[in-house]
Design a protein around this ligand. Structure first.
Ligand SMILES: [Zn+2]
Length: 163
């Protein structure tokens, strides 16, 4: 189980952070310059620190730090998944808001009728919403695109028939 694994990234890894959220991992993007306060937050919240900054590794840090190379988001994601042996399950995808890292909640189809495009309403049964920013997520084409991206980057996914 990897439900307890949490990350904190520096701002240059925001693209990677978005993908980690999409896959169900609680991931904070540290807004300010990656420095000691970021390390303190990583330690106090028991988050794995992902960074592009080589000098971060030279500092004293008792937590788990992974220095990522300059690479595409897909390659970086692949490296993180391999390093921490993360299990990627399609059932865990789109459970966290990609924007604010808050857990999403299911909302009824009728509740979103006026909030989503008509073609989406016609074609999609299940919706999730972020309580924090109000953004509504639906599956369907989103998840297909995500699965294609993962496949292209050689990331294995546990697929569930009901998706
Ligand atoms: Zn949100």
């Amino acid at each position: 189980m990897n439900a307890h694994i949490k990350f904190i990234t520096d701002a240059t890894l925001a693209g990677l952070a978005k993908w980690l959220r999409l896959l169900g991992f609680d991931t904070i993007v540290y807004g300010s310059a990656a420095d000691r306060p970021m390390m303190r937050q990583a330690q106090s919240q028991e988050r794995i620190l992902l960074t592009r900054r080589r000098d971060m590794r030279e500092r004293q840090f008792a937590g788990d730090l992974f220095l990522l190379p300059a690479a595409s988001t897909g390659q970086q994601l692949n490296l993180v998944i391999r390093k921490y042996s993360l299990k990627i399950n399609s059932r865990e995808m789109y459970k966290i808001c990609l924007i604010c890292n808050q857990r999403l909640h299911s909302v009824g189809r009728e509740e979103v009728r006026d909030l989503v495009p008509a073609f989406v309403f016609e074609n999609c049964e299940q919706y999730q919403q972020c309580d924090h920013c109000g953004k509504i997520y639906w599956l369907g084409s989103h998840i297909q695109n995500a699965l294609q991206f993962l496949e292209k980057n050689n990331i294995n996914i546990i697929k569930n028939e009901e998706m």
